[in-house]
Design a binder for this molecule. Structure first.
Ligand code: AMP
Length: 285
């Protein structure tokens, strides 16, 4: 595995890769890697001659300084895991490499309500920072494919919109959510769960499964409300539970006219904020 920390040396290597007619599949991460990240890497390896992974804890997408400070960092372990998983290239840029002084890296898009609802409502500025870093990393790496997880449903939906609007020459591939044996979606944040809340956290997936089972029998709004109550009873503090159209992310009022419907949820398990989602109808758009 090649490890680069500088844009220029990464670029030099990727030029050689492209000269050999190899495609590049890119997996951006914030590190503290788990099986979910590694499944994206495995997909990247299947789909392209060169798998490229980045580890960068992006300061511009954190709405609370405390969350940025507490975000787990374990680069040596991450590099070891990636090496074992046969990643071709690991890119670990500094903040200065990603956001050099004097370079305007802001991204301006027309997203309507898509970045205002759910995560956008509870984490103001998060998506502005997320789109900024994804665009910047795409500019630096120019991959043929960008691999992201369904776990962050709103995130990949917004990235898909950005790729369409800016006509970026890369294909977005979305990988299924990898879960622990008890259903909890893997997340770097799970490391911060106390044993008490680790035991409560699987209620999130259970609740999503219950909604899927009842979908079509009761109004989406009623199901969402019942889901919130179920999470509270399980000892979690839900922030939102929305049943939305998988493409527009607008609330679904009745079942019929939607090709893809997804339930998206955010809930606090003690001091840790967790998100998850489940497709209720159709397939990934
Ligand atoms: P993060 O390091 O949390 O920014 O995540 C990097 C990428 O991994 C994103 O595209 C996430 O959607 C994806 N990801 C995170 N958790 C999982 C999971 N449990 N299963 C599949 N992909 C995931």
């Amino acid at each position: 595995m090649h490890l680069f920390t500088l844009n220029e040396t990464l670029d030099g290597h990727l030029q050689q890769v492209r000269a050999q007619q190899q495609r590049v599949a890119f997996v951006p991460t914030m590190g503290a890697l788990h099986e979910g990240h590694l499944s994206l890497l495995s997909l990247a390896r299947k789909r392209a001659g060169c798998s490229l992974c980045s580890v960068f804890v992006n300061p511009t997408q954190f709405d609370r300084q405390g969350d940025l400070d507490a975000y787990p960092r374990m680069l040596e372990r991450d590099a070891r895991l990636l090496e074992q998983a046969k990643c071709d290239v690991l890119f670990v840029p500094s903040v200065e490499q990603v956001y050099p002084e004097g370079l305007d890296t802001k991204v301006s898009l027309s997203l309507g309500e898509m970045d205002q609802v759910m995560e956008g409502r509870f984490r103001p500025g998060h998506f502005t920072g997320m789109l900024q870093v994804v665009k910047r990393l795409l500019d630096l790496t120019r991959p043929d494919e960008l691999i992201m997880g369904q776990k962050d449903f709103q995130q990949f939906t917004l990235v898909a919109a950005m790729i369409r609007q800016l006509k970026l020459p890369c294909q977005l591939v979305v990988a299924a959510t990898v879960r622990e044996a008890d259903g909890l979606a893997m997340s770097s944040r799970n490391l911060r769960l106390t044993p008490e809340f680790r035991a409560k956290a699987p209620a999130i997936y259970k609740c999503l499964q219950n909604i899927r089972q009842s979908y079509g029998t009761r109004a989406p709004e009623t199901l969402a409300l019942a889901g919130m109550q179920e999470l509270e009873r399980a000892g979690l503090r839900p922030e939102y539970l929305n049943i939305v159209d998988g493409e527009s992310l607008a609330d679904v009022r009745n079942h019929e006219p939607h090709d893809c419907v997804v339930a998206c949820v955010a809930a606090w398990a003690g001091e840790v904020r967790l998100i998850d989602n489940l497709i209720l109808k159709g397939q990934l758009p």
